[in-house]
Design a protein around this ligand. Structure first.
Ligand SMILES: [Zn+2]
Length: 313
């Protein structure tokens, strides 16, 4: 890749769509965010995104869409299938049978790749972030939902259906019974999504705390905050133990809004993980924060992914 080349990463979420323009080294040159419209036909929205990216290219780089200095666009969307280039059914977006990759390629006049968002975040961390030096790691995003992306032997693992590992829907043993957003019972997401953590806080304190307040109170040594952190760290470590014995990763890289709890939280998770995990892995797996961004991981990953794809890094 040449120094004057750029790539675009896009993350279409159920609520907002994020756009990032990146240089060859993964530096974010320009960033925008918009509400994602609820529409069964996304073509007008993709067209609108293309027009906006054209303006960004002109102001940042002095050229338009269609110029070969744009390597391509990597886009994340719920249920995006890398292999087929399609989104067959995304209830959160109201989409059915959408040829998303072709839409991006046509409107942006360049190479395009689509992928689910946690997979993209894993690719981004592998190329430019906390996963750079690992051949095998699991990226987990703790946010509205819980997503996972697996890098195995240096490559993204997708499974046959391109949706990759869905560690958020791993069943964890628990004395409670909590329904997951997918309809399953006691999935990791039922406890570790922002909503799940807030539910635990209310159950333990009878009060409503934000995740930020939990972080601050924990740092201040508040005993109730310590109890909450111990509880959610135990739940997360339980999920990690099952994932770790299957894949033998060097690290878990944690992103998403909840990861703002930061190193003090990761240290508790690691302690519990080492207590629970098989002896062959004790003391050998790291648990660290994502380094690119807690909420922009997928757009970094989108740009990294299209660069990898085009240059077959
Ligand atoms: Zn689930």
């Amino acid at each position: 890749m040449k120094n004057d080349q750029v790539a675009i990463g896009i993350d279409i979420g159920g609520t907002n769509t994020k756009i990032g323009l990146f240089d060859h080294a993964g530096v974010l040159l320009s960033y925008r965010t918009h509400p994602t419209p609820k529409a069964s036909d996304p073509a007008p929205f993709i067209d609108q995104l293309a027009q906006e990216c054209d303006q960004l290219l002109v102001s940042e780089c002095g050229f338009h869409l269609g110029d070969s200095r744009l390597v391509g666009v990597g886009a994340g969307a719920p249920m995006a299938n890398y292999f087929t280039g399609r989104v067959d059914n995304a209830p959160n977006l109201g989409w059915r049978n959408v040829p998303l990759r072709d839409l991006f390629a046509e409107k942006f006049k360049t190479n395009a790749v689509i992928e689910n968002d946690a997979n993209l975040a894993a690719v981004g961390e592998k190329r430019w972030g906390a996963g750079k030096d690992f051949s095998d790691f699991i990226l987990i995003t703790l946010g509205t939902g819980v997503g996972t992306g697996l890098i195995l032997n240096g490559k993204l693992y997708r499974g046959f259906n391109a949706l990759g590992a869905e560690g958020g829907h791993l069943i964890i043993p628990h004395d409670k019974q909590r329904l997951c957003s997918c309809g399953g019972l006691n999935h990791l997401e039922s406890y570790l999504s922002a909503k799940g953590i807030k539910q635990t806080i209310t159950e333990l304190t009878g009060e409503e705390w934000t995740i930020e307040k939990l972080g601050v109170e924990f740092k201040n040594g508040n005993l109730r905050a310590q109890t909450i952190i111990n509880c959610i760290a135990q739940e997360l470590a339980t999920g990690f133990v099952s994932i770790a014995v299957l894949f033998g990763p060097q690290a878990f890289v944690i992103g998403g809004g909840v990861s703002k709890l930061g190193d003090p939280f990761f240290a508790v998770v690691l302690r519990k993980f080492d207590e629970l995990v098989h002896f062959s892995l004790k003391g050998k797996v790291r648990i660290i924060g994502a380094s690119l961004s807690s909420d922009k991981g997928a757009i970094y990953g989108g740009a990294a992914h299209i660069i990898d794809e085009v240059f077959q890094a």
